[in-house]
Design a protein around this ligand. Structure first.
Ligand code: HEM
Length: 209
């Protein structure tokens, strides 16, 4: 019980980010009889979309949503004074896993080389490449080993976010809402704005004590 109490944020993120996998697994068939091969289930979805369109939709949307969620962690800390590194890391892992799945389905449907045929795919591809080392170093061991370099490495996440937004914007899919949330987060990080929030929070705490 103590473990659950200590890690409940991390556990909630893990459950929330894993649940949609059930929907994804319904749409694919994995065959282990001759190595590993994957095919897309036919008539697995309604809504006038094919299975692969639905897979792009589900994986792409969860990738960008978790990415946006990670970027709200720092503004959330500035406004409310609450932060949890492990929750943030779990969100980062969810972002990378959904992005990689998105890419795996793309390769399965179109082939790897198709990635280099459109600017928006290349932007997404570079974002995925950036997310892989971030995923591999999203743990305590890597943090201890890399020390100050860990933060530097994590700052590449901003490049991945920009490229992902470009990818989605060029595809003409829903991107403005994510850009607005992320943009507001950056405004809150500006030192003058940040200080106002911190002073307000501290004064409120003093008044309540
Ligand atoms: C190699 C990397 C990537 C490739 C090849 C790729 C490819 C695609 C394709 C083919 C679509 C469907 C386009 C359509 O329906 O017209 C799509 C949609 C999308 N992608 Fe990617 N993508 C990549 C990386 C990413 C990344 C890193 C993110 C975000 C973190 C992302 C987020 C999305 C979103 C949000 C959609 C729209 C889903 C929808 O609402 O239908 N993609 N992508």
């Amino acid at each position: 019980m103590k473990i659950i109490k200590k890690n409940y944020g991390w556990i909630i993120v893990t459950i929330l980010s894993s649940l949609p996998l059930l929907v994804v697994f319904k749409m694919i068939n994995i065959d282990f009889s001759n190595g590993v091969s994957m095919s897309f289930a036919e008539n697995a979805v309604g809504e006038g979309r094919t299975t692969i369109e639905m897979l792009y939709h589900v994986t792409g949307e969860f990738a960008i949503r978790w990415m946006t969620a990670v970027l709200t962690c720092t503004p959330f800390f500035i406004i409310f004074g609450v932060s949890n590194l492990f929750v943030r890391q779990a969100m980062g892992i969810a972002t990378a896993v959904w992005s990689i799945l998105h890419f795996i389905f793309f390769i399965a449907a179109e082939g790897f080389l198709e990635t280099f045929t459109q600017t928006n795919y290349v932007a997404g591809f570079i974002a995925v490449l950036i997310l892989i080392p971030l995923l591999l170093t999203s743990n305590r061991k890597a943090m201890k080993k890399l020390k100050a370099r860990w933060k530097k490495l994590q700052s590449f996440a901003y490049v991945a976010v920009l490229l992902s937004l470009i990818h989605v914007a060029i595809l003409d899919k829903t991107w403005i809402i994510y850009a607005v949330i992320i943009g507001l987060g950056f405004i809150i990080r500006i030192p003058v704005v940040k200080n106002k929030f911190v002073i307000f929070r501290k004064n409120k705490k003093i008044a309540n004590s």
